[in-house]
Design a protein around this ligand. Structure first.
Ligand SMILES: [Zn+2]
Length: 505
């Protein structure tokens, strides 16, 4: 007897349909799973057997062979339990074979037969629908997420018994308490308002430019100057995610287990602020079973904020090079390779020196020169090369007053972003920050005086060639914010002010 159904294997954010076939032979009782199962899938045997008997169904005393194919596909995680169970019940003739074959089954089974929510339901259901299999059974805790997929016909269940009865089993469905959401702690985020920041006019403008052009940003200033407050207000200045980005960002958080489907798709740019004691794995992602996206991927299409950036280990700072360059993170695993998108806006904050008082008034810096060098040395090179904006954030002053609110500034950002989209239409670049120097120069055309200013700075040695490109990128954004079709000389001068910190020119 043969029972078959379908499940979904996730490789990164990409779901692949898996055929689950259970073959029952009248031979010595045994239960084997084949098809490259990882360790957690082997444990599935015990869970499935216990769940079946707990549901008031008899475990078939046959030689049971469950095959998951294609065999070459890496299968990780516990989401295959339900499919293995129903295929086996179908093979035993305890449920309707055709009914089981018509559905995709997702979910982990508890020993008591309850269905437990799994991570990655959104991309899994999307893959099933795209492959022409819109009927999907999911654990109750995943139903809101599954229903976000257009075209999906979702059946929510609390237990294996409920699913079996749906497929024609002749049993009593025991009353069970449904297992709630897979998401344990999701902080409901409301973007704090920019008007909370007193004074800091130049830093606020720098933040606006960063938001408008998508530029990575370094803020240097003494403790308490408001760097963290400013960084936390950057996502609020960014426009809503478009539909494609919202689906992708939501899929990342679905796989990460950090998504609350109650509010629908993630439509606002995420904000991730890992602590400086973070491990490379927590930034990149990993873990057993279905790998969890790390902070860099959870910040996809949003903001990754490293407060006290020089305090992060060099290993962590190194891991950022790949996503900064390619916009994704590639996790190499025994079972295969997973790719998670990681195209974030990087915000770094640093004190002026390890003790924090190098520019403070009245407080003496106690750092030795080599300590200071080492402090910033960690950030230099490949990382700072990609940071267009480097701002000084001075200590707050008495009498500082609140500035504009988030909504006002965000309005200008939206207009500036629209101008960029139009200018770079058809190039694949969305914002000035993504545009290479060559294209920026080409677009300027015949505006020689402006280029001459930059070339003079390069000749004088106050600006590197890469630095000149960064200034030009920022100058375009300054012009976009002012509603100008191209930067003027004073936009370049303004851009120079926004990045001429002492370090990393
Ligand atoms: Zn110091």
């Amino acid at each position: 007897m043969l029972g078959r159904t379908r499940a979904v294997a996730l490789v990164g954010l990409v779901g692949h349909l898996v055929d689950v076939e259970s073959h029952l032979a009248p031979s010595l009782p045994a239960f084997t799973l084949v098809g490259l199962p990882d360790a957690s899938l082997a444990e599935a045997r015990d869970r499935v057997r216990a769940a079946v008997t707990s549901s008031g169904l008899a475990w078939p005393t046959r030689r049971i062979t469950v095959n998951l194919s294609p065999a070459t596909l890496p299968k990780t995680g516990s989401s295959f339990d339900l499919a293995v169970a129903v295929a086996t019940l179908a093979g035993a003739g305890l449920v309707d074979v055709a009914s089981v074959a018509g559905w995709v089954h997702l979910g982990e089974l508890g020993l008591d037969g309850r269905l437990r929510p799994v991570r990655g339901v959104l991309p899994s259901v999307a893959a099933a629908v795209a492959a022409g299999h819109p009927r999907v059974v999911v654990p109750r805790g995943n139903v809101a997420e599954a229903r976000l997929v257009p075209g999906a016909q979702v059946l929510a269940a609390d237990s294996l018994a409920q699913v079996a009865v749906h497929h024609g089993a002749d049993i009593e469905v025991p009353d069970v308490e449904p297992v709630r959401d897979v998401v344990s702690t999701v902080a409901v985020r409301s973007d704090p308002d920019l008007s909370d920041v007193l004074g800091q006019d130049e830093a606020r403008y720098g933040l606006e430019v960063a938001a408008a052009g998508g530029h990575h940003l370094l803020m240097v200033g003494p403790p308490g100057a408001g760097k963290t407050m400013l960084a936390a207000r950057l996502p609020g200045l960014l426009p809503d995610l478009d539909e494609a980005d919202a689906v992708e960002v939501t899929a990342v958080h679905s796989v990460a287990g950090t998504f609350d489907p109650g509010g629908g798709l993630v439509r606002r740019p995420p904000f991730e602020d890992p602590h400086h004691t973070a491990t490379p794995a927590s930034i990149v992602g990993g873990g057993s079973g279905l790998p969890r996206p790390g902070a860099a991927s959870r910040a996809h299409r949003g903001v990754l904020f490293l407060d006290e950036a020089p305090e992060f280990t060099s290993a962590v700072l190194q891991t950022l090079r790949q996503p900064l360059e390619h916009g994704e993170l590639v996790l190499h695993r025994a079972a295969g390779t997973a790719r998670y998108p990681a195209r974030f806006q990087l915000v770094l904050a640093a004190n002026p020196c390890p003790c924090g008082h190098a520019v403070g008034k009245g407080l003496a810096c106690t750092c030795r020169p080599e300590q200071r060098r080492r402090y910033f040395g960690k950030l230099s090179g490949p990382l700072l090369d990609r940071v267009d904006l480097q701002l000084e954030v001075p200590a707050a002053r008495a009498g500082d007053v609140p500035g504009e609110c988030t909504a006002t500034v965000a309005g200008r950002v939206v207009a500036a972003r629209a101008a960029q989209r139009e200018r770079w239409h058809g190039t694949g670049w969305r914002s000035n920050a993504e545009v290479p120097g060559r294209a920026l120069h080409a677009r300027l055309g015949a505006d020689r005086p402006l280029v001459a200013d930059l070339e003079r700075a390069v000749d004088r040695g106050t600006l590197s060639l890469r630095g000149a490109d960064r200034v030009l990128r920022v100058a375009w954004t300054v012009a976009d914010l002012a509603g100008r079709a191209a930067p003027h000389r004073h936009d370049v001068a303004h851009a120079l002010v926004l990045r001429t910190r002492g370090h990393g020119a």
